[in-house]
Design a protein around this ligand. Sequence first.
Ligand code: SIN
Length: 477
Amino acid sequence: MSSTFTGETRAFIAGQWVTTSNTFAVTNPFDGAQVARVADCDASHAQTALEASVAAFTWWSKTTAYERSALLKKWHALMLRDEQEIARMIALEMGKPVSEALGEVRYAAGFIEWYAEEAKRVYGETIPSQFAHKRLFAIRQPVGAVYAVTPWNFPAAMVTRKLAPALAAGCTMILKPAEQSPLTALKLAQLWLEAGGHGDVFQVITTNDPIGVSKIMMQDERIRKITFTGSTEVGKILTKQAADTLKRVSMELGGHAPYLIFADADLEQAVKDVIACKFRNAGQTCVCTNRVYVQRDIVAAFTEKLGAAVAALKIGDPLETSTQIGPVVDQAGLEKVIRHVSDAVSKGATIVTGGKVEQGLIFQPTVLGNVSSNMLVLQEETFGPVAPIIAFDTESEAISAANNTPFGLAAYIWTKDISRAVRVAESLEYGIIGLNDAVPSTVQAPFGGVKQSGYGREGGHWGLEEYLFVKYVSLGI
Ligand code: SIN
């Protein structure tokens, strides 16, 4: 597959494709080659985008749900038309294996389709009045112009999971994609225009100065909502900034997902599931398991089987359709993985498989045994292809170890015991539970965390409500 990039590199502001005097490089993490140079917007571009977004909200919010739905459907179809091209773009800009990237494009398009349908179901309510001369109504209206900050690990899906419900609700959106992977976002803007979408309703501000651009958005009270997916550290900064103008806030932040595998698990299936959960996107998802707790009776057998299966994963160029493990996104990401593995080994962990840099930014898919709670892998999000295995004896011990973290995004359980399944699922302090299911994310279900993994939900009708407020109308007759 060719590694040449021919797509859009200009920012998309106020309906114009904008070039800037400064540009920044997007680099292919597999070979370090420059993929493109992208417009580097500054505060003045941010101000222009903000004014356009606020002005567009006045008319976009008054379009009918049916008009917005029809537009979203066209956009969805165009995204599927170009799915191979977008998948290749994702592989190039952030190193996700192209077959997996194609799955992401379909997942991403799914949000647009689902919210095109859901736009028509933003219902109000009538409330009985105690007075014969009054009628009481609650209606839902769009919150306003929204600022969205998205991460590099899902350049398509994390955009549409915010954008589709926002547009369906009647909000306008300024999107700031991650510096590492802005190309897919620009492609989505191209398709939006081709579908007949207005260039002030959805804008993409590419920048290598996220702090400067975000400051403009965060200090202006006309931006009514911030939605962010990324680290807990940045999420806290944005939440504090949002307080000054009391913006609505949705925060989808870091995770540290435990996987609890009980002795009655289907071992073969549990191995497949841990691989699907841990090694997708080379371990760079917020919902990847970071801690695999295995009941002591089966820990030796499980570790052996997992090690053998992980060793067989195909490492390589993300543009090859057979590749299962590509590079991590950048040098800082790789260094964190190396630091976590060497810290674990220095404290007594054993390397079951992997443990080294394969080439460039590719870290071998790794399984660690004999892991204990004083190791960094059990404390910080590794965001890389490392599965630490920890033995446990009792259900209550597993639950308390799983909950012993500031994070609360996703947790997983493998058991055939239905009573235990319910008990454990209810005891885990997490927003998402995969119960005998390693990949629970889907467009119609609520995605989001508790504790320091943030608040707000994306997906399903919950995702739409994040962009709506309830207005009470009391009518005297
Ligand atoms: C994420 O890593 O934040 C998203 C993963 C998913 O949607 O499954």
